[in-house]
Write a protein that binds this ligand. Structure first.
Ligand code: CA
Length: 557
């Protein structure tokens, strides 16, 4: 015990049978030289790695995220377990796949996150961290495991957000990305207990739909042509039927008014859906007069020019191109504010001296289609959606500007942060600590593949249910309700355009990957959840979903 305590907290990996022993150990650390690190966990919503310049740089610049990457480790191959918002958040909190934390989809009357589960914030708090959550939660149940929380209500608006705390509702005027940062800075400066290490979850709404830019960036990219992805007009040739059944095309499904801020005009039949028109009108009623004036001024001229072009006979492809430009520019404008605000909090950590003993994590809940295949939204197993940006700066541990291509997954974050605090992960946590990778080690027994499972169908955007795996070279997905597979060779076909499922050259590889998939489904206890309709799964308790996933649905009496 004494020997162990002399190890630096951030380098020790200690397993204890009983968590109480771990807590005692942690308590000892608190009073020693090796105080466990603080943790600032910045989570965004729908931020594609392609829109972080440390990853790509073809679309935009994110100087503050790049600065974080320059001081830490960038994960090139990080994935979600279920590439949609609420389920990804639940996987992050619990370190478990969806069928084990109960959050299989976003929608459902009784499918709120079960907050009685063990989560990493609870374990950190038990171990001595002061815990806070500020920003987007979107799990439809009250947060648990936090000494302080202030959350957006549901998705939350981009402007003037009403928020909730344990003590009741709060009101704010301004841009939500700025406000979340203001609240985090206030908590760090004025409410934090300096005697304890802290865990702060700074969770942003941006850059989630409907991509409303902040006052500082309303006209950014105004005269710039953002490069179009080569697959903007992809025809889904060779892919599964699922690809043709979806409803997330920029062309057919992105709404001119709700999504693209083009007010309807008599004589033009562009904005057919009454609900979405009402929703956009509601957003605009939330503006202050000054905000409304700036907003209208930013879009007026471009909107006018578009209507004029339509009247002059603008062709269908050019209309799609216009929609893409409006979509991507608004998206990148919200990212610009996000990045500014990451800069603000990094500055504070530097100026206060906290940076020296604070782990900073940046991640998105999943990725996002930015026009690839002609799509927006996420949900899919394709890299744009399943992949996510993940950057971790751990002072004294991560090599500055380091990178890894090892396979990481959102379920790994909980065990990673527990290890950082010297707390053993509880039984049943399915992720694996990334700490060896962060230390620059090359573990020989690192995982060969990540497993994923998307459940939410039938539902918005009509993405069929599928499960599968990704190795460092291949992607295999099974659309079980269609009995169709997709297999991609990521080395030869990084854009996942050539489905090799029926290619005889890949017969052996397919068989090997299908075996590996069976092993993963056994390992994670997800053998039967595909046999149960989503509408039934989403109404089940955590225990029921875990049981039927392992054992199968009960026989009717
Ligand atoms: Ca999301």
């Amino acid at each position: 015990m004494v020997t162990i305590m002399k190890l630096p907290a951030n380098l020790s990996r200690i397993s204890f049978a009983a968590s109480t022993v771990a807590v005692c150990f942690f308590g000892a650390l608190l009073h020693g030289e090796d105080r466990p690190p603080n943790i600032l966990f910045i989570l965004s919503d729908d931020h594609a790695a392609k829109a972080v310049s440390a990853y790509d740089g073809s679309l935009n610049r994110t100087p503050h995220l790049d600065r974080l990457a320059a001081g830490g480790m960038l994960f090139r191959n990080a994935s979600a377990a279920n590439a949609i918002c609420g389920p990804s958040r639940a996987s992050i909190l619990t370190g478990k796949h969806s069928h084990r934390n109960g959050m299989v989809g976003n929608i459902g009357v009784s499918s709120a996150f079960d907050g009685s589960q063990i989560t990493f914030p609870k374990l950190l708090r038990d171990g001595g961290h002061q815990t806070a959550l500020i920003g987007k939660w979107h799990l439809r149940s009250e947060p648990t495991g936090f000494d302080h929380w202030e959350i957006l209500i549901g998705q939350g608006p981009y402007y003037n957000p009403p928020m909730l705390t344990a003590q009741g509702p709060t009101e704010h005027t301004g841009y939500t990305t700025d406000i979340i940062t203001d609240l985090c800075l206030d908590w760090l400066q004025n409410q934090r207990d300096p005697a304890k290490p802290f865990l702060l979850l700074k969770h942003h709404k941006a850059p989630h739909r409907t991509w409303m830019p902040g006052p500082d960036h309303l006209t950014k990219f105004g005269d710039v042509f953002i490069p179009e992805p080569p697959t903007l007009f992809h025809d889904y040739g060779g892919l599964s039927r699922a690809a043709t059944m979806q409803e997330l095309e920029i062309d057919r499904h992105l709404h001119f008014y709700y999504d693209l801020k083009l007010p309807p005009r008599p004589g033009f039949d562009l904005s057919p859906n009454g609900y979405l028109v009402q929703a956009r009108r509601f957003y605009e009623t939330r503006f202050t007069p000054e905000q409304k004036q700036a907003w209208d001024a930013a879009y007026r001229e471009e909107n006018e020019a578009f209507y004029n072009a339509l009247e002059a006979g603008m062709g269908h492809r050019d209309i799609v191109r216009w929609k893409y430009q409006r979509y991507i520019k608004d998206y990148l404008r919200t990212v610009a504010s996000l990045d500014d605000n990451i800069g603000r909090i990094l500055d504070y950590l530097d100026e206060s001296g906290l940076a020296e003993n604070t782990i900073v994590i940046y991640a998105s809940d999943q990725g996002m289609f930015l026009g690839e295949r002609g799509w927006y939204d996420k949900r899919w197993h394709y890299e744009e959606s399943l992949g996510l940006p993940l950057i971790i700066r751990w002072p004294g541990v991560t090599g500055p500007g380091s990178e890894t291509t090892r396979l990481a997954q959102n379920i790994d974050l909980a065990p990673t942060l527990l290890e950082a605090a010297g707390i053993a992960p509880p039984e049943g946590m399915q992720g694996r600590s990334l700490a060896p990778l962060l230390r620059g080690e090359e573990p020989e027994d690192w995982r060969r593949a990540v497993y994923f499972h998307y459940y939410e169908y039938p539902a918005y955007h009509a993405v069929n249910r599928h499960y599968g795996l990704r190795t460092d070279r291949h992607k295999l997905a099974y659309f079980y309700e269609l009995d169709e597979w997709e297999l991609f060779d990521l080395q030869r076909d990084p854009h996942e355009l050539n489905n090799a499922w029926r290619d005889p050259h890949y017969r052996d590889i397919l068989a090997d990957l299908q075996n590996l998939l069976s092993e993963l489904r056994t390992q994670y206890g997800d053998l039967h959840s595909d046999k149960i309709p989503f509408a039934e799964l989403r109404e089940m308790s955590v225990e029921e979903i875990a049981r039927v996933s392992l054992e199968g649905p009960s026989e009717a009496p």
